[in-house]
Design a protein around this ligand. Structure first.
Ligand SMILES: [Zn+2]
Length: 114
């Protein structure tokens, strides 16, 4: 059977759009993620009780794929002088740091519900 569509892209091995090499040989760094500007996001800050009478400042509403949450967590920890964790899209700082978190997020540009 004659191949009518010889030379279509399906016949060629996939190549990198940037360097033109075969994808298997390509050493280009992965493309930078497209982050959403802080001005277009709303962060919700809540101080929540934890077992044993501890409290934590929780930040919700910032998607992990639209933000550099690890970098943000570092800023938050430095600002608050406290430990913190990321769980999916939720950032948590140990202790009641609502005021500092509010100031930092506002400074970065995130919108906060009034
Ligand atoms: Zn490449």
């Amino acid at each position: 059977m004659t191949r009518l569509f010889a030379g279509t892209p399906f016949d060629r091995p996939p190549t990198c759009e940037r360097c033109g090499k075969l994808e298997a040989e390509c050493t280009c760094p992965p493309p930078a993620r497209e982050l959403t500007p802080p001005e277009k996001q709303t962060a919700k800050i809540a101080v929540e009780k934890r077992p044993k009478g501890k409290v934590a400042t929780v930040i919700r509403g910032l998607k992990a794929d639209a933000n550099d949450l690890p970098a943000l967590l570092t800023q938050l920890k430095n600002t608050c002088g406290a430990g913190g964790t990321i769980d999916g899209d939720v950032l948590e700082i140990q202790g009641d740091h609502a005021d500092r978190v509010t100031k930092l997020l506002t400074k970065i540009g995130y919108k906060l519900p009034r």
